[in-house]
Design a protein around this ligand. Structure first.
Ligand code: HEC
Ligand code: HEC
Length: 292
């Protein structure tokens, strides 16, 4: 028998009960053990699944039951303010606006709360403006409308979702680490102090001071225009929050290069001082030469 290679009738293998008769009851015991084993594995899997469901962080794209009334309200707002450029099914319109399928609630929040959308006319880059009053995130009505519009876009293709925390609740507690991450990921375009800077072909990275915490977060999530998108793999939510804490701590007040020479950064300021000293020396030499 291949079932029990190491045990014989006189010498039951370890694990068998000593009163167990070989042959007769053994298949039963074996069956019971198999069932018990299967049950244990099943229970184990169930509890792992349960623990996972209880403790796993909600993925960004998972939205709770979409609220039909909210989505309907969002669709109405969309039809009134966005449809001419983004199309009747969010598919986009040639030469007017890109498809909004899958851009997510976060892109809507960023674009509309910062007044970039609805765009008034075609331009190289939609500028930050005061938002439309109906979409002003400073008012309760504006927040409700932004939420509805976002829910409608979110219901069509998913995408990143605006974090529920707002304002100071979105600032991480390690602005030092945020500063390191900022210099690695953002300073090349937005400058060391967040004053912004020019990019190629008439485009520019804007100053960061006017952006709210939610706008900074959603900008990183969605990568508007020439800005890269920073997924949660590239910058975890905690790292994004630390970057926000850093930006909010700098905001045009804290210049890393010492004196506030238009926030040009340490290199430019070093060059500036060098030039001042050098021209002083040259001037002195000329004056000496003229005297003799
Ligand atoms: C006059 C045309 C126009 C109108 C109206 C308009 N948009 Fe746009 N939209 C654009 C253009 C063009 C772009 C791409 C250029 C850019 O991002 O600067 C864009 C980009 C966007 C993006 C970014 C897409 C992405 O891939 O990240 C979102 C989100 C968006 N629009 C939402 C809206 C919403 C919501 C409304 C209505 C409140 C709206 N737009 C109204 C023209 C328009
Ligand atoms: C390759 C250049 C580039 C990099 C790198 C970059 N950005 Fe941007 N960023 C841009 C551009 C361009 C815009 C303007 C997009 C638009 O107007 O649609 C922008 C817009 C923004 C805005 C919106 C400001 C406003 O006026 O509302 C914020 C906030 C922002 N970026 C934060 C960041 C942060 C934080 C990082 C680093 C994690 C970063 N950016 C990295 C190019 C960049």
């Amino acid at each position: 028998m291949t079932e029990n290679p190491e045990g014989t009738a006189q010498n039951p293998p370890p694990g068998n009960r000593p009163d167990q008769k070989p042959g007769g009851r053994r298949p039963h015991g074996k069956m019971r053990r198999r069932i018990a084993g299967a049950l244990a594995i099943g229970l184990g899997l169930l509890s792992v699944g349960f623990l996972y469901a209880a403790f796993a962080p909600q993925p960004q794209v998972a939205q709770a039951q979409p609220d039909a009334a909210l989505i309907a309200k969002g669709e109405e707002l969309y039809n009134n303010t966005c449809i001419t450029c983004h199309g009747s099914n969010l598919q986009g319109e040639a030469d007017r606006g890109p498809s909004l399928i899958g851009v997510g609630d976060a892109a809507v929040y960023f674009q509309v709360s910062s007044g970039r959308m609805p765009m008034a006319r075609q331009e190289a880059q939609a500028d930050r403006k005061h938002p439309l009053p109906i979409f002003d995130p400073e008012t309760g009505e504006g927040r409700a409308n932004l939420e509805a519009l976002g829910a409608y876009i979110q219901a069509n293709g998913g995408g990143p979702v605006t974090p529920a925390d707002r304002g100071e609740a979105l600032r991480g507690d390690d602005p030092g680490r945020g500063g390191v991450l900022y210099r690695l990921n953002c300073a090349s375009c937005h400058n060391f102090t967040g004053v912004g800077g020019a990019l190629s072909s008439g485009k520019y990275a804007p100053a960061l001071a006017p952006a709210s915490e939610s706008q900074i977060y959603t900008a990183m999530q969605t990568g508007p225009q020439n800005m890269p998108r920073f997924s949660d793999q590239q910058l975890t939510p905690e790292e994004k929050r630390d970057i926000i804490a850093y930006i909010k701590s700098v905001n045009g007040t804290n210049h890393p290069g010492g004196n506030a020479l238009m926030g040009l950064g340490p290199t430019a300021e070093g060059v500036f001082i060098f030039m001042v000293v050098m021209s002083g020396l040259v001037g002195f030499a000329i004056w000496l030469g003229a005297k003799s």
